[in-house]
Design a protein around this ligand. Structure first.
Ligand code: MN3
Length: 200
């Protein structure tokens, strides 16, 4: 199906001071819009026009790099906007997620440290993830527009570590951006929603 830019689920200045209105204006209105526009152009004639976004991502992977990059980034950003909220982050997790993080990842502190480390060690552009793989939570990282769908896992939380996501607010300080994402922006209710949708 054709790609459409979703509206941000909050005002442009809702995440300040952790993510500024200027960052969201560029990131949502320019970068995400470009993935939608370019993705729609590349979708035409690809034979995947009638598929779901998830299927387009998986089926273009390895066979249609241009379409894959734009479809992957469209999928990633749709969820990225909802993975953040005003007053989010921190340690008040829904009980079901807290239990899964305790049993699969060794507790919240280890999750926090390893998620941030995954974002820091992703060389160049990409994403770090919390995903469900074979029924268990796992921390992952991917380059560019890739995401855990292409390896058969289900992403339930992701952080964009492309420079366009943090350079206006944090300049080169990717660690500070990742800490602010985890401590002050994660929308754990949306993470729970995606976790439950995996059937885990
Ligand atoms: Mn981005």
């Amino acid at each position: 199906m054709a790609f459409e830019l979703p509206e941000l689920p909050y005002a442009y200045d809702a995440l300040a001071p952790y993510m500024s209105a200027e960052t969201l204006e560029f990131h949502h209105d320019k970068h995400h819009q470009a993935y939608v526009t370019n993705g729609n152009n590349l979708l035409e004639g690809s034979g995947l026009e009638s598929k779901s976004l998830e299927d387009i991502v998986c089926e273009s992977h390895g066979s249609n790099a241009g379409l894959f990059n734009n479809a992957g980034q469209h999928y990633n950003h749709i969820h990225f906007w909802s993975w953040m909220k005003k007053g989010g982050g921190g340690t008040s997790l829904p009980g079901k997620l807290q239990s899964a993080i305790d049993s699969d990842l060794g507790g919240y502190d280890k999750f926090r440290a390893n998620f941030i480390a995954a974002g820091l060690t992703q060389f160049g552009s990409g994403w770090c993830w919390l995903a469900v793989n074979n029924g268990k939570l796992e921390i992952m990282k991917t380059p560019n527009g890739e995401n855990p769908l292409v390896t058969g896992a289900s992403p339930i939380l992701g952080c964009d570590v492309w420079e366009h996501s943090y350079y206006i607010d944090y300049r080169n300080a990717r660690p500070k951006y990742l800490e602010a994402f985890v401590d002050n922006m994660i929308n754990w209710d949306y993470v729970l929603e995606m976790y439950e949708a995996t059937g885990a």
